[in-house]
Write a protein that binds this ligand. Structure first.
Ligand code: AMP
Ligand code: MN
Ligand code: MN
Ligand code: MN
Length: 273
């Protein structure tokens, strides 16, 4: 069975509409797919007339959260989409994104890039306004050559668009997912550029808050890295998840369903369902 439990559609910063994402997942031989758009479950409202053809779709979302000075991502799997608390939480995240976009736009204006916000809002013709939209706008006005260049110069870690303390605290985000019947998964633990000690502390805080799984495999990953994360799972008796973090065809880290396998010594998150 092939599980891809971390993917994006045009509802957030992916390039494929839900319908095309599902068709590509079927073609890739995926058995179980979670669409985990950033801070939005709107993709699950776009399923009318879509042929799943044997594909099992799990309700998912990737929530932004604050841990100390670091923004982290928590994937919620198997959430109840109709849950009122979750929907309220997503409305808050949307508002936080809007407020953050205003702050980023003001910082860019101070650098001479004026009036980007209306353009951003047009680009983000959805409920998930984010840094990728700024990257597109900066490329469009010629301030950056490519999206990567825009992140390197203006939006990525340590740059002016990398704002701190925009999100609800980690424990609260974990609680939202649990209260909606979902399984909280700490997404791509390797991507936060934390020291080993800090990563241990993050995992402890996540587990203490009710977090249940680590994303032991994200994209194509060196086996030694997956093994390290599997050891972290064992230390706190956490389950293991895996996903491509697919955003677009041709992305460098792994196409849909083409992530590395989970190490044998961890308990897959789907054993829990
Ligand atoms: P946001 O959710 O608004 O904070 O934007 C984060 C998203 O931007 C991530 O989910 C990635 O898809 C994308 N992203 C982050 N860093 C980079 C980068 N260096 N280059 C290109 N895209 C990036
Ligand atoms: Mn993204
Ligand atoms: Mn993420
Ligand atoms: Mn993601």
């Amino acid at each position: 069975m092939l599980f891809d439990l971390h993917t994006h559609s045009t509802v957030s910063d992916g390039t494929l509409p839900v319908r095309d994402l599902i068709a590509r997942a079927r073609a890739a031989g995926i058995d179980v797919l979670a669409i985990t758009d950033h801070d939005s479950i709107a993709g699950y409202e776009q399923l009318e007339g879509v042929d799943l053809d044997g594909l099992t779709l799990l309700a998912g979302v990737e929530l932004s959260a604050q841990w100390r000075h670091t923004s982290v991502h928590i994937v919620g799997l198997n959430v109840r989409l109709a849950d009122a608390g979750l929907r309220e939480a997503l409305a808050r995240q949307r508002q936080a994104r809007l407020e953050r976009a205003e702050l980023i736009a003001a910082k860019l204006a101070a650098k001479g890039f004026n009036g980007l916000l209306p353009q951003i809002q047009t680009l983000a013709d959805n409920d998930c306004i984010g840094r990728p939209h700024f990257a597109l706008a900066l490329v469009e006005i010629g301030a950056a050559r490519t999206l990567d260049d825009a992140f390197n110069k203006y939006l990525g870690a340590g740059r002016l668009g990398d704002l701190k303390h925009c999100w609800a605290p980690l424990a609260e985000v974990v609680r939202w997912i649990r209260d909606a019947g979902g399984t909280p998964v700490l997404a791509h633990p390797d991507k936060y550029a934390l020291t080993r000690t800090k990563l241990n502390e993050l995992v402890d805080d996540f587990a203490d808050a009710g977090g249940q799984a680590l994303e032991v495999v994200s994209g194509r990953q060196e086996p030694y890295k997956s093994k390290e994360l599997a050891v972290l799972c064992q230390r706190r008796k956490l389950l293991a998840s895996c996903g491509s973090d697919f955003h677009r065809p041709g992305q460098s880290w792994a196409d849909l369903g083409r992530h590395s396998p989970l190490p044998a010594n961890c308990t897959p998150v789907w054993d829990h369902w």
